[in-house]
Design a protein around this ligand. Sequence first.
Ligand code: GTP
Ligand code: MG
Length: 365
Amino acid sequence: MLPIPRILVSLTKASSNMAKAPQNIHSKEVIEKIKASRAVRETVDQLGKSVIQGDTNALARAITLIESSHEGDSKQAEELLRMVLPFSGKSVRVGISGVPGAGKSTFIEAFGMHLIRQGKKVAVLAVDPSSEAGKGSILGDKTRMNSLASSELAFIRPSPSSGALGGVARKTREAIFLCEAAGFEYILVETVGVGQSETAVHSMVDFFLLIAIAGAGDELQGIKRGIMEMADLVVVNKSDGDNLPRAKAARQDIQRALHFFPELPSGWIPEAVLASSLESSGMEEIQDVISRFTQHVQTNGYFAEHRKEQSRWWLKETIQHLLNELFFNQEEVKDKLVLTEQQVISQQVSVTEAARQLIQLFRTK
Ligand SMILES: Nc1nc2c(ncn2[C@@H]2O[C@H](COP(=O)(O)OP(=O)(O)OP(=O)(O)O)[C@@H](O)[C@H]2O)c(=O)[nH]1
Ligand SMILES: [Mg+2]
């Protein structure tokens, strides 16, 4: 046998190295930038059309565009949203909350797969203002969503990167519209289960689902934080194995507690059910509750009214946000603010008077 020429050996080595290289060569940030610039080069019109045709790669690029904080992208994002809005709205939007470790991700995997087995398209989004870029709660959790992540009928997107809750939530809400335009029928929006993010998620979903567990010390998780009052359904997760009797008792406690809460504006009486995300039990019952709920609120008109109310709320929220940005970025205001702060600190002028003066200055410029 002829010896292999040296040059070929080194080429083979080089090419085997090259074959591996693309996986490691770019950092996540670089990849995101490439994706974003691709989204810009592609016309908004093309991008919008691809989204409406259900192209999930285009959907991912579209969400990257609306999440972009680059100047110039916002006009394109607005154009894109204007294009897709008429195609949005036709999904059931489900908010999912629960204390850390309650099993939200495992539940989303089980419930999402349950829906997918019926041929439904399922999108998973998240609101997690604490997550850093590229480290969204869902992304880290993709291991818990193995089947879902590899299903053609699913689309999983981590939370927009860290920032003020309002901004993160606004982008997630816009991502909902994009997913709907792409034909997703169920949108599951996960939130971290701490702080104000539940209220933000509640302001963008039709149905709010709280995941509780027995034996967490506090059987009525969420009561203190006012989250249980928002719930249309409490799922007592981990109802399996030795835990089943405790879960049953917790479900009864929760069901009883739910009766003491003020009636929901939808007129819906919240329910509590048992489930095991690990064993995928209880999923049919949960889907049935959601179906009965949608039927109930569609019949009494609350479904449409609630979505209108949410749009009004977001309009006000966004005006406040934009005004805030305009105000604090105006050069005259920025200049005057330093002096005004000192005047307020040394009590030469009241906070209200100072604020009014600054606003007056803002309005005249
Ligand atoms: N026995 C049992 N364990 C479960 C079930 N659902 C989730 N778990 C386990 O509970 C742990 C936490 O589950 P996750 O799905 O990561 O919970 P999470 O609420 O998403 O947690 P965070 O994202 O950290 O807030 C994991 O070890 C799961 O395997 C269940 O139905 N039964
Ligand atoms: Mg999780």
